[in-house]
Design a protein around this ligand. Structure first.
Ligand SMILES: Cc1cc2nc3c(=O)[nH]c(=O)nc-3n(C[C@H](O)[C@H](O)[C@H](O)COP(=O)(O)OP(=O)(O)OC[C@H]3O[C@@H](n4cnc5c(N)ncnc54)[C@H](O)[C@@H]3O)c2cc1C
Length: 321
């Protein structure tokens, strides 16, 4: 067993960013694990994604062309197991997404492999690979290794690893699948669009984020207007999204979005729970405003302001006019 296999995913003609991030994740271990890095892509239009997957460091792209126009968990499970039996990788990386989650564990069971889900850290270990994931609702990080497992299957969290840029020199190999008895276990019922949102927390450079400290839904428009005036994207903590004060795409954190491109994060009335910090603690400059001087947000803030958010907003509004 050697090398790494990543499993690409795509929906309605678009390759998921996560597929390229898996290549980035694999590259962090390629040298230590040895062997080639392969990408597997399946589906009726599998060939369409070959050139996008041909990034530096990818040695081979396995194309499992099927006649199913939509994602099918059973077909993907079969494709990954077939590819694994054909090329014998030491590590298989699958996206921690709705589609990845629907077949990754089944693949691990069939291969008798080590398994961990929602991994956000990878390191080489004496026994092969060490994976980091959260536990107890994200309150602690757990490091796992997999002694005596010749193959390990991991699902990897999105927006965690950087996709490599540029064009590689991968070879392309068709992979024939025996799908008798596999197809038809699931039926595609249609696509349902998530509510439209014109904000992208992952791409925003300046985020003004509000938490339960703003007290009431009726105060949201004031902070939304302030964000707009400052040229900031409006973010929020989970209770703000869960209460329906703002739509879910505004939420920062473990079960929201990671502020991956943010340079300045203004946290207003946010306590700074670990799950919120997961999405923002890496930001270069964090300004926190919270009446509680002992709030956990101050542990990660660059500048702190232990005052009332409304008095802070008054002062800022006076300043910017
Ligand atoms: C599995 C799991 C996943 C989660 N995922 C997320 C996630 O993705 N994102 C997320 O945010 N949370 C997440 N949470 C919830 C998280 O644990 C916290 O409950 C949440 O972040 C708290 O939000 P908050 O800071 O707005 O509210 P609170 O914890 O209630 O904090 C409000 C803060 O406002 C301050 N405040 C009050 N009044 C004022 C005022 N007038 N002026 C200034 N400050 C004031 C208070 O001192 C307090 O610190 C998750 C929890 C679990 C278990």
């Amino acid at each position: 067993m050697s090398g790494i296999l990543i499993v690409a995913e795509h929906t309605r003609g678009a390759l998921a960013d996560l597929s390229l991030e898996l290549i980035g994740a694999a590259l962090t271990l390629k040298e230590s694990l040895g062997g080639p890095l392969r990408a597997l892509v399946t589906g009726e239009t599998a060939e369409d994604f070959v050139s996008a997957l041909n990034r530096p460091g990818v040695d081979e792209i396995l194309v499992a062309k099927t006649d199913n126009p939509h994602f099918d968990a059973a077909v993907n499970e079969e494709a990954v197991v077939s590819a694994a039996l054909a090329v014998r990788p030491a590590l298989i990386l699958i996206g921690h997404s709705a589609s990845g989650g629907s077949f990754a564990a089944a693949v691990a069971v069939r291969l008798g492999s080590g398994f961990a889900a929602d991994v956000f850290g990878l390191e080489a270990a004496a026994s092969g690979v060490k994976a980091t994931r959260g536990a107890y609702g994200g309150k602690v990080n757990v490091e796992l290794d997999f002694p005596d497992k010749p193959v390990v299957v991991l699902t990897v969290r999105g927006a965690t690893f950087k996709a490599p840029e540029g064009v590689g020199g991968a070879t392309v190999t068709p992979l024939a699948l025996a799908l008798d008895g596999v197809k038809g276990r699931c039926r595609h019922r249609g696509f349902e669009e998530a509510p439209a949102s014109n904000i992208d927390i992952g791409k925003a450079e300046f985020i003004l984020s509000i938490g339960r400290g703003i007290q009431d839904e009726k105060n949201v428009p004031r902070f939304a207007a302030l964000a707009e005036k400052l040229g900031a994207t409006l973010g929020c903590s989970r209770p703000v999204a869960d209460s329906g004060w703002l739509p879910k795409p505004h939420q920062v954190g473990l079960t929201g979005k990671v502020a991956g491109n943010c340079k300045l994060y203004l946290a207003l009335g946010i306590s700074g729970a670990v799950q919120h910090q997961h999405g923002m603690k890496h930001v270069e400059t964090i300004i926190a405003v919270n009446t509680d001087a002992n709030a956990p947000i101050y542990a990660v803030a660059t500048h702190g302001c232990a005052m009332d958010v409304f008095a802070f907003a008054d002062a800022l509004e006076r300043r910017i006019g």
